[in-house]
Design a protein around this ligand. Structure first.
Ligand code: GLN
Length: 307
């Protein structure tokens, strides 16, 4: 590391370090170089990002510099910043993350937004919401935070992921609203006996063949189990659409995150299953198709007939 922070004769201040590290990250093709430099320095100093600027001329002691340098090296070696700090913000909540869970993406907030209108309703009537493959718990914790009056069931086949999600639920004080199951998709549920008003899932949907083309941060560090949707990317999505109608009430909602080129496939799969109305596609903040929602068809038990 030529001209690295320790080579400078006078003490390095926080502002010097942010600038130097942003440049160094840029030279090493780290995206969002400046903000990642700030995140790592704030993490080293156990402070907020804004404090780096409020105390811009604060010098770092040798130990702080040493620890910061170690983080710079891990980032340049390809580790995602969220795994280095152990934290990622989602739905304005700080969530613990580690390599056993996918790092929550901003576009997944669209999935939360798509579900929220279905959770409004008469006060006093608690709905049942299932999330399959919770990972860090980002989605279900956001929903339970917005609608604490409902009951939630969280499933993941990774015990380590479930532990992380529970820890996050405790931090955000919704743990008591959620039942936790370690299991493979809906294997632990009894059809027709366990019915939900809403089932939500961000399944693995990347084609196996495309995994090697992802950024090394994703490819080499994030759990493949949470990304790889098999040859056509649709294996889990197909399984979910074909099986989950048995766990939904009539009029219940299935909401899925998907790849930006999968809307037509999802419409075709749902059409063939014939238990859902036509899926509606919702775009993310970049204008890409990102979420599919579909409603289970059938006669409501107490439907009013208009003659
Ligand atoms: N959106 C994630 C990505 O781009 C993929 C998430 C998933 O497969 N569920 O890497």
């Amino acid at each position: 590391m030529p001209n690295a922070p320790t080579d400078k004769p006078s003490p390095w201040t926080t502002l010097d370090l942010v600038k130097w590290t942003a440049g160094y990250f840029k030279d090493h093709q780290v995206e969002s170089a400046r903000s990642e430099a700030e995140i790592l320095l704030a993490h080293t100093l156990k402070t907020r990002r804004i404090d780096l600027y409020l105390n811009h001329d604060q010098p770092l002691c040798e130990d702080e510099l040493k620890r910061f340098k170690a983080l710079i090296k891990r980032r340049v070696d390809g580790e995602p910043v969220a795994y280095i700090t152990g934290i990622r913000e989602f739905w304005s909540m700080a969530l613990a993350v580690n390599p056993s869970v996918l790092i929550p993406r901003p576009e997944t907030e669209c999935l939360v937004e798509a579900v929220l209108p279905f959770l409004d309703g008469d006060a006093g009537s608690a709905k049942r919401v299932l999330e399959m493959g919770v990972g860090s718990g980002a989605i279900i914790i956001a929903l339970a935070h917005e609608h604490p009056e409902h009951r939630y069931v969280a499933m993941d086949r990774s015990a380590a992921a479930l532990q992380t999600a529970r820890q996050n639920a405790r931090t955000h004080k919704v743990d008591h609203r959620i039942d936790w199951f370690c299991g493979d998709w809906n294997a632990a549920l009894v059809p027709e006996r366990e019915t939900f008003d809403v089932i939500v899932c961000n399944p693995p949907y990347i084609r196996s063949h495309d995994i090697h083309g992802l950024q090394p941060e994703i490819r080499n560090h994030e759990p493949r189990m949470a990304l790889d949707g098999d040859g056509d990317g649709l294996r889990c999505i197909r399984h979910i659409i074909e099986s989950t109608h048995r766990y939904l009430i009539v009029g219940g909602l299935l909401a899925l995150e998907m790849g930006c080129d999968q809307a037509a496939d999802i419409a075709r799969i749902a059409g063939a299953v014939d238990h859902y109305g036509p899926p509606r596609t919702i775009k993310d903040y970049s204008g890409l198709d990102r979420v599919a929602v579909m409603v289970k068809k059938g006669l409501r038990p107490h439907a009013n007939f208009v003659i």
